[in-house]
Design a protein around this ligand. Structure first.
Ligand code: MG
Length: 666
C-alpha cells in the first residue's frame, strides 16, 4: 500500500513536471503588470530582487486570493454546477473530440497530437469556431464539480498546445513569393485562429476558465505567466484590430470590458476598459435606429446585440462603473427589447428573416425574465416574462418600425391572432438578405408563411451554393425579375396606416435598375390580406411573384391560380393570385431552415407575367387565413382603372363579401 501511494505521488510529480516542461516562465509579464497595484507588493519586491520564479508564485497566490472582481457567469467558482451537455463536452474534449458547432454533430476528433488546422468540412464556421474552445469552460466546470485533476492537467496542456501551434503570423504579398510551406500555412491559419471575433470570445471565456482552474496545482506559476502573456496579446490585438462594424464590433468591445475589468493589474487594462466602453457608447447610436431596430436587419443579431449591451452593463454594475453608460444607452436597449417583442409571434418565436435561426419560447422567457429585472417598470417586458400573469400588453396592435423597415399587422396579441410581419428596410450588411417586401404570416397557433431561413454561412463552393439558395430573393415571398436577386435593397415607406378596418402598408424598392417594385398590403377587418404588387419601369421580360408554401399538404390549381393548405391543426389558408396580365404558375422544390444545417422540404411557387412594354405588370394576391381545411371561400379580385403612380384601387370579393380597397398618396 505504501509503495502504491509512493508511486502515485511520484507519477503525479512526474506528470506535473512534464506539463510544466511545456510551460515556461514568461518574465515579460512583469513589465506588463502595474507592480504598484494594491496587493502586488510582494510580487514587486521579489521581482526587484531578481527572483521572478518567486514573484510568479506570489502573483499566483494573489490571484487565488483575489475576491473583488466578478464576471456575470461565475459568481463563485466553488459553487458551479454542470449540465449533462457540458459534462459531455468536457469528456469529449479530454480525448480531443472538440465541440465546435451544433451544425456539425457528432463532433470531430482532432487527433492525439491536436491538429488545430483539421478542417473536415470546408465551412468557415467550422474552422473559425474551433478557436472559440467551447469545451474548455465545461472542462473547468467538470474540474470544479469532480475535483478530478485530470481536467485541469489536460486544459493547461491544450492551452499551451494552442499557443504553440497557432502563432499570429502574417505575410505580405511580396513575402508570399519566397515563403516556406510552413509559413504559408501559418499565414492561412491566422485568418481563422486570429479572426477578431474569435479572439474576443477567448478574451471573455478565459476570464471564466481562469476562475475555474486557478486553484489547481496544474495552474503553476509558469502557467500563470504564459496565460497572462497570451491574454495580453489577445486584448492588445483587439485594441488594434477591431472589426469595422456590425455585431462583431459590439461583441469585441463588450469583451474588452471583460479584459479591462478582470485583469485590472495589467497596465493596459484601463485602456482596454475605456476602449470597450467608448466603442459601445458610440456604436449603440450608429447600429440601433431610433425605432429600436439593429441595423443588420436580422432578428438573431438584434437579439445578440441586446445581450451584448446588457452584458456590458452587468459587468459595469458588478464592478462599480455603471456611470460609464448614460441613460440614453439603457433607453435604447429597452426600445430594442420592445422592437423584438413586437416582431415575434404569440409563441415567442421570431421571424427567420435574413440569417436568423429560430429562437424558442423557453430561451426567450429566460431572456424576458432577465430583462424584466433590468427594466422593472416596463409592463410589456413583465407581461412576456410572466406569460401574462403580471404586466400588460401595449394598447396598440399593429406597429410599424419605419426606419428599420419592419411592419407588424396583428388583430390581437393572443395565440389565435392573425399576424403578418413584413420586412422592407434600408440597405444593410452581410447577414441581411435581398428580400425586400417579404413577410411571415402567423394564424391561430402556427406559421403559415415562414421565411426560408439561412441554413449555412460561407465556405467552399458547395457550402456557398447552399447559402445562396436560402438567401436568394426567389426563396422569399416577394417579386423578382427573371427570378434574379434584387440589385438594390433600399425600401421606401410610402404609406403606413396601422389602425382602422383596413390597415395599409405601401412600400417601394428600386429592385433592379429599370424595375421598381411597389408592394401595397391591405389588412382587411383583421381577417385577411390583399397584397398588390406592381412592377414599374421600362424593363421588359418575365416578372415573377414568389411564395414559399408551408410544408405539408397544399392543394392547388392552375385554373384559378390558387393554393390552399389542408392541415388539421386549425391553422389553414387559401392564397389566390390575380393579374391583369397573362399569368403562368410554376412549382419547385423549396426549403425551410430554422437552425444551422437543419432544413425541411416544402414547395416554392412562382406566378409569372411577361412584361412586354413599359406598362407596369400588376398582381393582386389574396391570402385568407382560416381554421378548417377544405370548404374554401371563393375569391375574386380585380384592378379598378389602369396603373396610377399615386394610388391603387382594387375590388376584392371573399365569399359573398365585396370590398373596394384603395389609397391615394399625397
Ligand atoms: Mg430569408
Amino acid at each position: 500500500m505504501k509503495i502504491f501511494r509512493y508511486m502515485t505521488a511520484a507519477l503525479c510529480a512526474l506528470s506535473l513536471a512534464m506539463a510544466a516542461k511545456a510551460q515556461e516562465l514568461r518574465t515579460e509579464v512583469f513589465d506588463l503588470l502595474d507592480l504598484d497595484a494594491p496587493g502586488l507588493e510582494q510580487v514587486k519586491a521579489l521581482h526587484e530582487q531578481g527572483d521572478d520564479q518567486g514573484a510568479a508564485a506570489a502573483l499566483l497566490t494573489y490571484y487565488r486570493g483575489r475576491k473583488d472582481v466578478v464576471t456575470p457567469e461565475i459568481k463563485d467558482a466553488a459553487k458551479v454546477k454542470i449540465s449533462k451537455e457540458d459534462q459531455k463536452l468536457a469528456d469529449d474534449g479530454m480525448v480531443h473530440t472538440f465541440f465546435v458547432h451544433k451544425g456539425y454533430q457528432p463532433s470531430y476528433n482532432y487527433g492525439e497530437d491536436i491538429d488545430w488546422r483539421y478542417w473536415p468540412v470546408q465551412d468557415n464556421e467550422l474552422r473559425w469556431q474551433l478557436h472559440r474552445h467551447k469545451w474548455w469552460i465545461p472542462m473547468g466546470k467538470a474540474y470544479r464539480v469532480s475535483g478530478d485533476e485530470k481536467y485541469a492537467e489536460e486544459w493547461t496542456r491544450q492551452y499551451i498546445d494552442w499557443i504553440r501551434k497557432n502563432p499570429y503570423f502574417r505575410l505580405t504579398e511580396a513575402q508570399k513569393a519566397t515563403a516556406t510551406q510552413q509559413q504559408l500555412d501559418d499565414h492561412q491559419n491566422t485568418r481563422y485562429a486570429w479572426r477578431p471575433l474569435e479572439v474576443s470570445t477567448r478574451i471573455q471565456d478565459q476570464t471564466n476558465m481562469f476562475q475555474l482552474f486557478i486553484d489547481s496545482p496544474h495552474f503553476t506559476p509558469e502557467f500563470l505567466t504564459e496565460f497572462l502573456l497570451n491574454y495580453y496579446k489577445h486584448a492588445e490585438f483587439i485594441l488594434n484590430n477591431y472589426s469595422e462594424g456590425g455585431n462583431h464590433l459590439l461583441f469585441e468591445a463588450q469583451r474588452m470590458i471583460y479584459a479591462g475589468t478582470f485583469f485590472k493589474e495589467l497596465k493596459a487594462a484601463k485602456t482596454w476598459l475605456q476602449s470597450g466602453i467608448d466603442v459601445l457608447n458610440k456604436q449603440i447610436k450608429i447600429q440601433v435606429y431610433e425605432d429600436g431596430g439593429q441595423f443588420e436587419l436580422c432578428p438573431n443579431y438584434h437579439l445578440a446585440s441586446i445581450g451584448i449591451f446588457l452584458k456590458a452593463l452587468a459587468v459595469a454594475d458588478m464592478n462599480g462603473f455603471r456611470d460609464a453608460f448614460p441613460k440614453s444607452y439603457t433607453d435604447t436597449v429597452e426600445k430594442m427589447i420592445e422592437f423584438y417583442a413586437n416582431i415575434c409571434f404569440p409563441d415567442y418565436e421570431n421571424p427567420c428573416f435574413s440569417d436568423a435561426k429560430l429562437r424558442g419560447k423557453s430561451e426567450m422567457q429566460k431572456n424576458y425574465k432577465q430583462w424584466s429585472k433590468v427594466f422593472p417598470d416596463n409592463q410589456f417586458i413583465k407581461y412576456l416574462a410572466t406569460e401574462g400573469k403580471e404586466g400588460a400588453l401595449p394598447e396598440y396592435k399593429s406597429k410599424g418600425f419605419l426606419k428599420t423597415g419592419f411592419f407588424v399587422f396583428r388583430n390581437s396579441w393572443a395565440e389565435d391572432a392573425v399576424q403578418m410581419v413584413v420586412k422592407a428596410g434600408p440597405p444593410a450588411f452581410w447577414h441581411n438578405q435581398p428580400d425586400n417586401g417579404t413577410f411571415e404570416l402567423w394564424y391561430n397557433g402556427s406559421k403559415l408563411f415562414a421565411d426560408s431561413g439561412s441554413y449555412v454561412y460561407e465556405g467552399n463552393k458547395e457550402v456557398n451554393e447552399l447559402r445562396n439558395w436560402f438567401r436568394a430573393t426567389n426563396s422569399h415571398n416577394t417579386l423578382t425579375y427573371r427570378g434574379e436577386n434584387l440589385e438594390t435593397t433600399d425600401s421606401k415607406t410610402l404609406l403606413w396606416q396601422p389602425e382602422g378596418e383596413v390597415q395599409i402598408l405601401v412600400t417601394e424598392n428600386q429592385s433592379y435598375k429599370n424595375l421598381k417594385h411597389r408592394r401595397s398590403v391591405f389588412f382587411v377587418d383583421g381577417r385577411y390580406f390583399v397584397i398588390v404588387d406592381e412592377a414599374i419601369g421600362k424593363q421588359e421580360g418575365p416578372v415573377s411573384l414568389y411564395y414559399q408554401m408551408p410544408k405539408g399538404k397544399v392543394e392547388n390549381s392552375r385554373d384559378d391560380m390558387h393554393f390552399a393548405t389542408e392541415f388539421d391543426n386549425g391553422s389553414n389558408m387559401k392564397l389566390q393570385v390575380f393579374s391583369d396580365g397573362k399569368l403562368s404558375m410554376k412549382k419547385e422544390e423549396g426549403w425551410v431552415s430554422t437552425a444551422y444545417r437543419k432544413r425541411a422540404k416544402r414547395m416554392k411557387v412562382s406566378f409569372t407575367v411577361r412584361k412586354e412594354s413599359e406598362e407596369p405588370v400588376r398582381y393582386i394576391t389574396v391570402i385568407v387565413p382560416k381554421q378548417e381545411a377544405g370548404n374554401n371561400p371563393s375569391i375574386k379580385a380585380k384592378f379598378i382603372g389602369g396603373f396610377n403612380e399615386n394610388g391603387v384601387k382594387v375590388q376584392v370579393k371573399v365569399g359573398k363579401e365585396k370590398k373596394v380597397l384603395e389609397y391615394q398618396l399625397d
